[in-house]
Design a protein around this ligand. Sequence first.
Ligand code: NAP
Ligand code: ZN
Ligand code: ZN
Length: 348
Amino acid sequence: MPASKGYAAHSAQSPLAPFAFSRREPGPTEIVVDILYCGVCHSDLHMARNEWGNAIYPMVPGHEIVGRVTATGKSVTKFKAGDTAAVGVIVDSCRNCPSCNNSEEHFCHEGATLTYAAKDRVDGSITMGGYSSNYVVDERFAHTVPANLNLAAVAPLLCAGITTYSPLRHWNTGPGKKVGIIGLGGLGHMALKFAHSFGAHVVQFTTNDRKREDALRLGANEVVLSKDPAQMKAHAASFDFILDCVSAPHALDDYLPLLRQDGTLTLVGLPEKPPAFAPFNLITGRRSIAGSMIGGMEETQQMLDYCGHHNITSEVEVIPIQKINEAFERMLKQDVKYRFVIDMSSLK
Ligand code: NAP
Ligand code: ZN
Ligand code: ZN
């Protein structure tokens, strides 16, 4: 059994601390990945602190994984030892329902297996995530990585990247479309890069005026300080699409009037408390509120390949794993530019 070490939360209140465990032996279609980098997603913090009520402890978080393949099962075709591989938010699914057959494994009718704090379909154990030295995963749920990209900056693509790429594609953002991105954090800055790359007119909403210059540099055509009603009103009834990437409770009614007729505001952010909104802000313009969750395996690979072609990666601050608790606190203070990534060599 591959031995693994990582950092785990043991309760909603406890800081993450060193933790040793073992992975199961890889099956015929599985690979063993030595983890080089793992991004720090706000979902890791929500989960470690049980803010969604589904925590299982001990919990090793982490679902933005990039590493080196060290072993392959005998039927593996996509990878060989020494290759770079990437793993995201899900590591298995039923592989046989209409969604799985359509490579929308994240919508598996039986429920996809999450990378951590979920029941492993193979041996019934609890999955342990990427804040650790290695991972064992079926090749179907691992991705190849374009060779031209910086690996630390690739890691966040596995969640922040696909979670924003997928809805921006699904709602056909591109030339001639006015797109708003709410929140310039891990997800938000990737949404901004993708929407800009797709050719949309992009407006970044932020609560923090000090992020203005960065937003412009990352591709925003305009930046709106969401606390300023005059700046908000100037965009009334003008957006085709708004992607809400905010991690904390906030007023949807500040944004819904900014959608044009038939416009959509899609939630990817998952605050602890459900949002409220005034139905009048929807009916006056047949506006929609929608949601989107990560992306399927095929689309995740497409996203990575797109990033390779267009040289898109995340803006990262690389940290040793010993700084993970500090990183969580800084994330809560909106003090991240724009994704923490753990250098896993610090575990040694
Ligand atoms: P993050 O890096 O912490 O960014 C969140 C951003 O939200 C902040 O940078 C900030 O932007 C804004 N914000 C924070 N507190 C706010 C407040 N009180 N009022 C208004 N805005 C506030 O988090 P992340 O990793 O991008 O994740 C964002 C959310 O998406 C989390 O809830 C996460 O769990 C969820 N998520 C969902 C999926 C999915 O599949 N749907 C996947 C991954 C993550 P400004 O400073 O610019 O205002
Ligand atoms: Zn995530
Ligand atoms: Zn399925």
